[in-house]
Design a protein. Structure first.
Length: 404
């Protein structure tokens, strides 16, 4: 499939209230549906839990396909063991992620002595429900989409004290650091922060403020703009601090559009930047001309910027499944290949949870993933920091540069 560089980005990325945003529900059945039979002897099992319903189904299928492709690439073997993949559905009756279903899926995997790792989930709440159960079972959780810092830092999700949760995608704190570096590279020294004061936005804004001085930035002020606040007054208070740039963190698209409109009047020469919550066409439509020239960013790399082995992987995926993967599917693939490599390292000890966890930590030192070489640090966070910078032009988000 041929792609033109510089075209509008043809996918949605992470929104403030969700781990994933997908354009539409898929039209075909999930890759796996029937319950898997008990594993035979000398078999290892890789589990996942995603939401196979509603607007989540397209992304979930993409993740499942990527994991299945990793198993296929390994010839469905890990050393002397046969390897099987069991995808589970955590959708509730309303078609949304259900924490009870996700927890039940984690219970099932935790009770399976052949389980080597668990990949998931679709939402923040579902991922945390899974993390708690798997920690007690001493089974590794590999998170390819959840970016909330509390997942790896909050002791509530590791009650045993052991590290069992590992994140494959850059966290929101990594995005805050990337934003600071980018604003510095754009030549700005004075930056104001606008955030909505939610538990999602506050840690990101805190992290940016903490990292700004090291990037040569001075935070002129920090404005909390809760939903329903007068956007004109918010813009006036920001303008009073005389910033050269304004960072908008995790605001509702509609509210952010109103604030951006008033910021263009109050600070006509200021650079405006949003994070991944604003990288949708809906935000650009709501903001109209006020968004022109605005910057934004999101983790990972657009599909049309894949090169080398990653491009070849993309072509194999498209040939195998007849569609493009979700942009975060590369992290699901890396999660699966990491688990398989760890099982091979553990050898006959792959069914011993503690030995498997240690093998995973060992393998994840300088691991060659699809988007580059990375490691997992002591908190279970990836050292990968690649983000995509985009700029609003003509009502579309256009690729600007990769931040790494």
């Amino acid at each position: 499939m041929t792609r033109r560089r510089g075209r509008p980005l043809a996918f949605a990325v992470v929104a403030s209230a969700l781990v994933l945003v997908v354009a539409a529900a898929a039209s075909t059945a999930p890759l796996f549906r029937a319950p898997a039979p008990p594993a035979p002897a000398d078999t290892l099992t890789l589990y996942s839990s995603f939401t196979e319903a509603g607007s989540w189904s397209s992304a979930s299928r993409s993740f499942e396909n990527a994991i299945a492709l990793a198993v296929e690439d390994a010839d469905a073997r890990a050393g002397r063991f046969a390897l099987r993949y069991v995808p589970l559905n955590d959708a509730g009756a309303d078609g949304k992620p259900d924490t009870s279903a996700a927890g039940a899926n984690a219970d099932r995997a935790g009770a399976d002595k052949t389980a080597i790792a668990f990949v998931g989930a679709s939402s923040r709440t579902a991922t945390r429900a899974v993390a708690l159960v798997l920690n007690r079972a001493k089974l590794a959780l590999l998170a390819p989409a959840d970016r909330g810092p509390d997942l790896t830092r909050d002791a509530r999700y590791s009650p045993t004290g052991a590290r069992t949760t590992f994140r494959l995608i850059p966290s929101e704190l990594a995005q805050a650091e990337a934003a600071a570096r980018w604003l510095s590279a754009l030549g700005h020294g004075a930056v104001a922060i606008v955030d909505d004061g939610t538990t999602y936005a506050t840690p990101i804004a805190d992290a940016f403020a903490a990292r700004a001085p090291a990037a040569g930035l001075r935070v002129t002020g920090r404005e909390r703009a809760a939903k329903g606040d007068d956007p004109m007054q918010v813009a006036k208070r920001v303008a009073a601090t005389s910033p050269g740039a304004v960072l908008l963190v995790a605001l509702d698209e509609g509210e952010a559009a109103k604030i951006v409109t008033h910021l263009r009047t109050a600070l006509p020469s200021a650079t405006l930047m949003g994070l991944d919550a604003l990288t949708s066409e809906d935000f650009l439509k709501a903001a109209g001309a006020a968004a022109e020239g605005m910057y934004a960013m999101f983790p990972g790399v657009p599909l049309d910027r894949y090169t080398g082995d990653t491009r070849r992987w993309l072509e194999r995926y498209e040939a195998r499944y007849g569609s493009e993967p979700h942009p975060y599917a590369v992290y699901a693939y890396d999660a699966a290949t990491l688990a398989i490599a760890a099982a091979r390292r553990a050898g006959d000890g792959a069914t011993d949870r503690e030995r498997m966890l240690q093998a995973l930590r060992d393998v994840a030192k300088g691991y060659a993933g699809l988007l580059g070489t990375w490691s997992l640090d002591g908190d279970g966070e990836t050292t990968a920091i690649t983000h995509t910078a985009v700029q609003a032009r003509g009502g579309h988000w256009i690729f600007s540069r990769l931040l790494g």
